[in-house]
Design a protein around this ligand. Structure first.
Ligand SMILES: NC(=O)c1ccc[n+]([C@@H]2O[C@H](COP(=O)([O-])OP(=O)(O)OC[C@H]3O[C@@H](n4cnc5c(N)ncnc54)[C@H](OP(=O)(O)O)[C@@H]3O)[C@@H](O)[C@H]2O)c1
Length: 254
């Protein structure tokens, strides 16, 4: 076993949804540990800013735009990875969408399709493309950002919660079939974290106070508090962890 269980030197890592929030913190931490990080989201400018900050700190990163709900974008980023790096050691599926807040009976087809295309189909085909590369090298790790909503559906967030439960099931399915190929697949289930994604909860004090009351630690998480669990899951520190879904929620789901 290496001395530093968290050392990622020589690893190529792809982090989706890395232009801000939880993904940005994950990208920065993996780069700090020695990985070359491909910072990805839909908009290249935000990705480039994160990659530049990583590089300015003396670490290694590049930016590449990819809308994970778009199959052509998925093909393009993996063609780029194959051509530029010839391998992928780490995939963090973190980019997700939550376009609808309202009663489940009023969900329209557009919100349903967008949620499923990004949160389920996107994670699924990103994992397939990564898994094929990892199979060739006989090693690799995938981490999926799900949500505590996978375990306890969020009120007025039906289709989003359903998609996150699918990510938990996807994590276990890939872990089971890819374990024999040397690929580990695990998930992070964040609780309430202060990002743009959860912005609606932070701008309405009544909703925020209600959300906080259910958290034994009595506070929300900062995005950086999610990154350590991902580092654990992508590193040798978790070399025998496969198909696990780690809840990081301040005790909400106790
Ligand atoms: N914040 C919370 O309380 C919380 C709780 C549980 C789970 N989560 C999960 O944590 C993950 C990260 O969310 P966050 O809170 O960090 O949100 P965030 O700060 O809003 O960041 C979302 C990131 O995803 C990118 N993105 C959005 N749609 C995309 C798409 N179709 N394709 C590629 N990239 C896309 C965004 O950049 P572009 O706009 O450039 O695409 C951005 O980089 C998500 O999976 C979310 O479900 C968050």
């Amino acid at each position: 076993m290496p001395t530093n269980l968290f050392d990622l030197s020589g690893k190529i890592a792809l982090v989706t949804g890395a232009s801000r929030g939880i993904g940005e913190e994950i990208a920065g931490l993996l780069a700090e540990q020695g990985a070359h990080v491909i910072v990805s989201s839909r908009k290249i400018d935000g990705c480039q800013a994160v990659a530049d900050a990583i590089t300015a700190a003396g670490n290694s990163a590049e930016a590449f735009a990819c809308h994970v709900g778009n199959m052509d974008d998925i093909s393009a980023i993996f063609a780029h990875i194959k051509a530029s790096h010839g391998k992928l050691d780490i995939l963090v599926n973190n980019a997700a969408t939550n376009p609808y807040f309202g009663h489940i009976l009023d969900t329209d087809l557009g919100a349903y399709n967008k949620t499923v295309e990004v949160n389920i189909r996107g994670y699924f085909f990103m994992s397939i493309e990564a898994g094929k590369l990892m199979r060739e090298q006989g090693s690799g790790v995938i981490v999926n950002t799900a949500s505590v909503n996978a375990l306890q559906p969020g009120p007025m967030q039906g289709i989003y919660s359903i998609s996150k439960a699918a990510v938990v099931s996807m994590t276990r399915s890939f872990a089971k079939e890819c374990g024999p190929l040397g690929i580990r697949v695990n998930a992070l289930l964040p609780g309430l974290t202060k990002t743009k994604f959860a912005g609606a909860l932070f701008t309405n004090d009544d909703i925020y106070q209600t959300a906080i009351q259910g958290i034994p630690m009595g506070r929300h998480a900062e995005p950086a508090e999610m990154a350590g669990t991902v580092l654990y899951l992508v590193s040798d520190a978790s070399s025998y962890t496969n198909g696990e879904c780690i809840v990081v929620d301040g005790g909400l789901t106790i």
